[in-house]
Design a protein around this ligand. Structure first.
Ligand code: HEM
Length: 122
């Protein structure tokens, strides 16, 4: 049986990462308003999405369907500023995590690539 990255990182560390990320987002004056007050819902969606992306249970798609991340981000400006803030908040969360360096590096690459892929305004 193949061991997924989700298994290697572990549910608890992933949950803490996403929770710490939203703790930063809430304090971020540029980012916080985008979430329209539903930080808890947003945290749950990103958490379930990451579990699925890393090869864990597919609860995200059972609840939300295909991730279609570009489509789901159309209402929000993914531009230089918001990309920089999103990534900085995630970097803070990663630095507080006890995720192994190797896995942190993988996640960081993934977040950078995905943020760029989601860019949706000139
Ligand atoms: C870079 C700038 C980004 C901005 C401004 C942004 C903003 C947002 C906002 C405002 C939401 C709605 C919150 C909600 O679910 O209620 C959202 C949802 C979401 N974002 Fe982002 N995001 C960014 C990057 C990313 C990246 C890099 C990822 C993936 C690693 C990501 C994954 C998600 C997911 C999975 C959802 C929930 C989709 C759903 O099921 O509705 N976002 N984002």
């Amino acid at each position: 049986m193949e061991v997924s990255l989700y298994d290697k990182i572990g549910n608890e560390k992933l949950r803490k990462l996403i929770h710490d990320f939203y703790t930063e987002i809430k304090k971020d004056e540029l980012m916080a308003p985008l979430y329209e007050g539903d930080f808890e819902g947003a945290e749950e969606r990103l958490y379930l999405f990451m579990i699925q992306y890393l090869g864990g249970p597919t609860t995200y798609s059972e609840q939300r369907g295909h991730p279609a991340l570009r489509r789901r981000h159309v209402p929000y400006p993914v531009v230089d500023d918001t990309i920089a803030h999103w990534l900085r908040n995630m970097q803070v969360a990663l630095s507080k995590s006890e995720i192994e360096e190797e896995h942190q590096a993988f996640l960081w690459e993934y977040f950078q690539k995905t943020a760029e892929f989601l860019r949706n305004r000139p």
